[in-house]
Design a protein around this ligand. Structure first.
Ligand SMILES: [Zn+2]
Length: 145
């Protein structure tokens, strides 16, 4: 199946907000949802993000979003005319590539965007975007400041 890979667009200021959330949560992984206007379609720009509690027992190396937290985030988004377009999480000391836990523990996230914010020791922070397909995660260009 050949499919055009769509870039993920972030509204101005969101990259810095994501980095700030990752730094606040350090040394735990931060996680949350990426939101866009509901009427703008599947490839809308992300115009805000919402951090959710990381319920993983080992929150330094993985993250877990509870179904109830996600449902609440979805309801809040709908009230504001937004839709959940994807998810973000941080890698406090790793790089911005999906970890074995990300790839193995993937809930049914097909079609959702994934953002990983990394704060590697001794290097600058990095944000990378991915898509999730049945065969795994694939790189998506990231557009934003
Ligand atoms: Zn991860």
């Amino acid at each position: 199946m050949l499919e055009t890979v769509q870039p993920l667009r972030l509204a101005p200021g969101l990259s810095s907000q994501l980095l700030a959330l990752a730094r606040e949560a350090y040394p735990r992984e931060v996680c949350g949802v990426l939101l866009a206007p509901a009427d703008a379609g599947e490839h809308a720009s992300i115009d805000s993000v919402c951090a959710l509690p990381n319920r993983a027992r080992d929150a330094g190396v993985c993250f877990e979003i509870a179904a109830a937290d996600l449902a609440r985030a979805g309801q809040g988004a709908r009230r504001r005319g937004q839709a959940i377009q994807g998810f973000f999480h941080s890698h406090p000391d790793g790089d911005a590539r999906p970890s074995p836990a990300d790839l193995a523990g993937c809930p049914p996230w097909d079609g959702y965007a994934q953002l990983i914010v990394s704060l590697p020791i001794g290097r600058g922070p990095e944000i990378r975007a991915y898509g999730v397909a049945p065969h795994g995660w694939f790189d998506r260009p990231l557009i934003g400041d």
